[in-house]
Design a protein around this ligand. Sequence first.
Ligand code: FES
Length: 178
Amino acid sequence: MDHNEQQDTVHKPIKRKEMSRRQFLTYTLGGATAFMAGGVILPMIRFAVDPILQKKTSGNFVKVIEESKVTKEPQQVDFKVHQIDGWYESDPKMQAWLTKGDDGKVFALSPICKHLGCTIGWSGEEAPNEYHCPCHGARYTKDGKNLKVAPKPLDEYEVKLENGWVYLGPLLANTRVK
Ligand code: FES
């Protein structure tokens, strides 16, 4: 190696792979856009799935009447149930027919006719000691057994007794009649 060749090797500048201004701007803007998009999109995703992440509160009971006021004669009680359906909260009004059975147990029937969903009433001249539906004439016994028109017995609320009060829970299929 002669002197000149040695000089070339020694003074040869090191080649660096430099980023062009355009690449720098592309990366910077791309990163900033991705960061901002994440800040907007992630809360939206969280909001969309929020009801799915919430714990379900099932089996809520509502206090409706003192147990001592329930007799063998069916009586109508009105109450409200707090419902959460996704993002929508409501307190729909509900009704039940409460009776003390011959077995001494308090039971509560749904007032919704099992034919096409009209609201039933209790007793009267047309149907003494029976539930009757004004729409198409369905009849039910005091226990909710379907006597005519309706294909099924009246539904029954789950009942809980606590400290002298009657609490109503979810609706179930009638347990008092076969
Ligand atoms: S809805 Fe009650 S009889 Fe038809």
